[in-house]
Design a binder for this molecule. Structure first.
Ligand code: SF4
Length: 194
């Protein structure tokens, strides 16, 4: 089944709607990586729902033991009443595809539609997931460098008084490492050096 994307109502939707993420503009794809997608999806329509209004059955997931007919009917209601008017539907779809999170309704699409999109866009998604992993590794490396710097700064000064120059050198090296990693990340993302 072919699903037409809703008219763009958000910057991210517009970018996806106009195929800006088809791989022809790697700089743009870089700028729309996981953190931004997550931030956008955190503002989605479903995040503002009152859970008490769907205590019987979550509108986004099939209930245990629910018949196929009932679930298909309910999920179409969810898509129509919530996702189609959601301002971040395209970002939601993109994040879902990157995460391979195909259960339930996401981004205004059913499980089958999400899997079909994933197959159609497998090449692009592989590249996107590689970029996500690279970013996560980079963040982790910077965090490790900060922890190392904190430890170097926190060394008890009395105990190590005799080796103060050595400690100062260790702090300077740790600080320089943080700066190098942050600068590399910023330059990679097209920002000026920190
Ligand atoms: S598109 Fe649907 S599932 Fe995604 S954030 Fe919006 S309301 Fe929630």
């Amino acid at each position: 089944m072919t699903t037409t994307l809703p008219e763009p109502t958000h910057e991210l939707d517009a970018m996806l709607h106009h195929n800006s993420l088809d791989g022809s503009n790697p700089g743009l794809a870089e700028s729309l990586r996981r953190p931004l997608l997550r931030a956008a999806v955190a503002t989605g329509t479903c995040t503002r729902l009152d859970p008490s209004t769907f205590r019987d059955a979550d509108p986004f997931f099939r209930a245990e033991g629910e018949s196929t007919e009932s679930w298909h009917s309910r999920r179409q209601d969810t898509i129509k009443s919530l996702c189609r008017s959601c301002p971040v539907a395209a970002a939601c779809e993109e994040l879902t595809l990157r995460d391979r999170n195909y259960d339930g309704v996401r981004g205004g699409l059913t499980e089958d539609e999400l899997r079909s999109r994933a197959r159609q866009q497998s090449k692009r998604l592989t590249a996107a997931r590689t970029a996500d992993t690279h970013l996560a590794n980079q963040e982790e490396e910077i965090l490790r460098a900060y922890r190392h710097l904190n430890r170097a700064c926190a060394v008890n000064s009395d105990r190590y008084k005799a080796s103060a120059p050595k400690r100062m050198a260790a702090v300077a090296a740790a600080r320089s490492n943080v700066h190098r990693l942050r600068t590399a990340r910023r330059q990679e993302n097209g920002w000026a050096a920190a």
